[in-house]
Design a protein around this ligand. Structure first.
Ligand SMILES: [Zn+2]
Ligand SMILES: [Zn+2]
Length: 421
């Protein structure tokens, strides 16, 4: 079989791999890379209408965001994913389209293409072996976000494991991946291939201490969080202290929390989240947002990488205020507003380069396996062939160096590479 690397090669974003045999063509994910200038798409796919299936690992846009454009260009096969991923993907695709239109990025597809994606979704359950043409497949809980999956395929007598994004550590929200799998070929993510995660409890402590400090000194705290998973995780953390100012939630995080609460099977402790959610205030629109901006508050909002959404409105208000704080709670990819702030101390607001004078810091509450988890995965699966993707160059290289002692062949492919196995 041929494995064509169409995205997420030495980068995080636009995950998309084409799997090709004589009788079968499939995509593993179809994501976009969110950049301030607009989304980047995977490498062009030839004869896209002849693809037999898309295996969608989870809802995050860096895995699902290219689907509407692909359907616009003629993709017409089933999109296989869990029921949770189906619902979350619909939510995120609609929101992404809204943001792209609002920011004049001319997305190249319309709402009807999102409907087309949704109508082609075929739901699968975890741990059920199914067959499609000559290929059998199974989705396995990846512990990354609700509904997230690894995909185990059997192609031409070889077992191929696509990890998608995964986490080996339990969080407040969901349980981590702990299964021991076997595969001949593994395509593994490498977001933190070169980085050990800090102790989660200590990180949480430092995060809450800083919020308390800023609030006690009279400032407001803006917490940028991914809508699905992280915003709820942050909400649960905040319940561990009593702050003297109100807590708000704004943007996609609200829709995502409503959705997650409506599907309590997604969570390890649904009651706790419901209780926490009932205690905070929801920002219902721009008028209310203005009122919140004029008060002292703690706001959980999106986007998590500060590339759009209400967090930008809050930044306009707090960027120049030394008494306020911007807390980043997730990975900041190259090209994101968050990374720009961390590296330069500036942010583009309304097209103007603005100095960020408030306190800002990234805290690591990752939904991705750290270096320890990635290495554990390689040691337990021990594939003959390992393909490393979904990580910046140095993360992929570090993981490759480790993997060399366990795998016969290790690839860190570049965009457009074709690997024959
Ligand atoms: Zn993800
Ligand atoms: Zn990802």
């Amino acid at each position: 079989m041929e494995i064509k690397i169409l995205g997420a090669a030495r980068e995080v974003g636009r995950s998309c791999i084409e799997l090709c045999t004589k009788e079968f063509r499939a995509l593993l994910d179809a994501g976009i890379k969110l950049e301030i200038a607009g989304p980047e798409y995977p490498v062009e796919i030839s004869n896209i209408g002849l693809i037999d299936a898309v295996f969608l690992s989870h809802a995050h846009l860096d895995h699902s965001g290219a689907l509407p454009l692909f359907f616009h260009r003629g993709l017409s096969c089933g999109v296989l994913c869990t029921a949770e991923t189906a619902l979350l993907t619909k939510l995120l695709l609609k929101d992404a389209h809204k943001i792209e239109v609002a920011e004049h990025h001319h997305p190249g597809y319309g709402k009807e293409d999102i409907r087309r994606v949704v109508s082609h979704i075929e739901k699968v359950r975890y741990n059920e072996k199914k067959k499609l043409k000559t290929v059998s497949y199974e989705f396995i809980d990846a512990g990354h976000i609700p509904g997230s999956s690894m995909v185990m395929l059997e192609v031409e007598g070889k077992r191929l494991l696509y990890t998608g994004d995964f986490n080996t550590v339990d969080t407040n929200l969901i349980n981590g991946f702990k299964e021991r799998l076997e595969a001949d070929v593994m395509i593994i993510e490498s977001t933190y291939g070169a980085e050990k995660h800090p102790n989660r409890d200590k990180e949480e402590e430092a995060f809450l201490n800083k919020i308390e400090e800023v609030v006690n000194a009279g400032g407001s705290v803006i917490i940028a969080a991914f809508a699905i998973g992280r915003a709820q995780e942050v909400l649960l953390m905040l319940q561990k202290r009593r702050f003297k100012v109100p807590i708000y939630m704004d943007g996609m995080a609200v829709k995502a929390t409503d959705f997650i609460l409506a599907h309590p099977v997604l969570l390890s402790k649904p009651k706790e989240l419901e209780k926490a959610y009932n205690r905070i205030n929801i920002v219902k629109g721009s008028r209310e947002r203005k009122q919140v901006l004029n008060k002292q508050a703690i706001v959980i909002t999106t986007s998590g990488m500060i590339t759009g959404g209400p967090v930008i409105e809050y930044m306009k208000h707090i960027a120049s205020r030394k008494d306020c704080a911007l807390m980043m709670t997730g990975y900041q990819t190259i090209g994101s507003g968050g990374l720009q702030i961390l590296e330069t101390g500036f942010i583009d607001l309304d097209g103007e380069r603005t100095k960020v004078e408030c306190f800002y810091k990234k805290y690591v509450f990752s939904a991705h396996a750290g270096q320890q988890g990635l290495q554990w995965m390689i040691k337990t699966v021990r594939p003959k062939i390992l393909i490393i993707n979904h990580g910046q160059d140095y993360h992929c290289s570090a993981l490759a160096q480790f993997a060399n002692q366990y795998c016969k062949k290790v690839y860190v492919p570049r965009l457009g590479d074709v690997i024959t196995v």
